[in-house]
Write a protein that binds this ligand. Sequence first.
Ligand code: HEM
Length: 463
Amino acid sequence: MEHQSQKGLIAFVFAAGVSACVLWLRRRRRLPPGSPWSLPLLGETLTYVRDPLGFIEAKLSQYGGTCRSNLLFAPTVILAVTDANAKLLYSERDMAWPTHFQKLVGKTSLPMVNDPLHKKIRTLSSRPFGDRQLDTYLPCLQRLSAKHLELWAEEGQCRELHMEIKKYAFECAEAVILGVENDRIKSDRFMELYEEAFKGLGYVLPFDIPGFPFHKCMLARKLLVQEFQTLIEKKRKKLKDPCRMFQVNTMLDSVLQAEEMSNEEELSDFCVAMMFAGHDTTLASIQSCLHWLKQCPDVESLLRQEVREAWDGGCRLTRRILDSIPQTRAFLQEVWRITPPVSVVTREVSKDTEIDGYVVPKGWTMLFAPAGRHSKAEDSRSFSIQRHLRDGKFFDCTFDPVYFASFGGGSRMCIGHKFARDEMLVFLLHFLHGYDVQLASSKLQNFPFRLWRVQGTICRAEG
Ligand code: HEM
């Protein structure tokens, strides 16, 4: 009797094992196709970080569409963009950043958190990006554009423009986000700390242990946080002063006024993340704009004419002026479409999900490239501002994720996209009205931001 029940148990365990194997094999067969030959854990990360967009394009071509890989320590499905899967990607709310990104950008910073904290921080962080608030930043952007272009033109020598433009983009972010202006020493220190800290994003051994390069990045981040905490304290005092409490003119001021955001970590993470998201992206955009202007001289002449008709080069820039240059807006949109500073959008799959006929397990990362060869824009490789014009008016495709997607979409869409557009338009207005550039070279850079890195001489425009 006992012998029989033992046999029964063995048969049961065997049957259960076989069915588990069959299920596993079936499920595996329904996974998207992908290379079985890649490094353990690291997968294809090294090739990916060198050129994310190029990597995605190569994969999609190799497998003829949606496929899988192992990137940044996570199993990943790479999507060939369609209306259906873009909708699915943007309906997911969770980000799937590697842990070391969270350590650097901030555990409670908007880009890194998921619901329910994301909803709270997003609502609070949206306060500085309302239409009325945005208008108040224009004079500051105008002042800084005029100042930096004049400085560059005075220098008048051929050089890498990257660092010069970085200083400008950083100063704009500092002035508008933190309210720090005209403090060159502080500004240089912040910039150095940012450079040091965010190098860490590209490290493949991100261990915060003495001796590992990533440890130095984390030390730089700590120093940044200390600086921000001092600044927050000063701002708090200012906002309590009855004579000055209504002078809310920076993004940090608006967030400090929200009582819900009193947590010190959330506040310093707000500063770290906004400054990070808000300067390297515009640095990338400006250089790519200079590159594309010189690639398309006919477009450049059209834009110069449009800008000179809309603005006298001196009076205060208003929303009305920014709205009255449709071709310049179309040019900027096309630069962002064809050279998106953030070349990849990602989400985490919240449950086992069928995508393009495959089963993608819960916890995997979904990833797609907004501007690849596989985007739905017609003749997507050619530069054409006409795509964004209808009857001479600017036709805005910012919210069409299948076509554009340079600011992502859904509930995690870039919170700073309107501000970034304002900053770029103010810069372009000044540049096209009174300045020119002779480019000696431009080279495509792929990581961490995608841009045409330019070398050349800025000078005053003739005529
Ligand atoms: C050309 C400039 C910019 C580009 C191309 C850009 C692009 C992006 C992209 C692609 C995302 C991810 C969206 C998604 O996953 O669906 C994002 C998120 C974000 N961006 Fe931007 N961005 C730019 C400028 C800015 C600026 C100026 C700020 C702030 C001052 C900013 C703040 C943020 C934040 C906080 C998030 C995270 C939003 C969330 O997770 O809810 N960005 N951006």
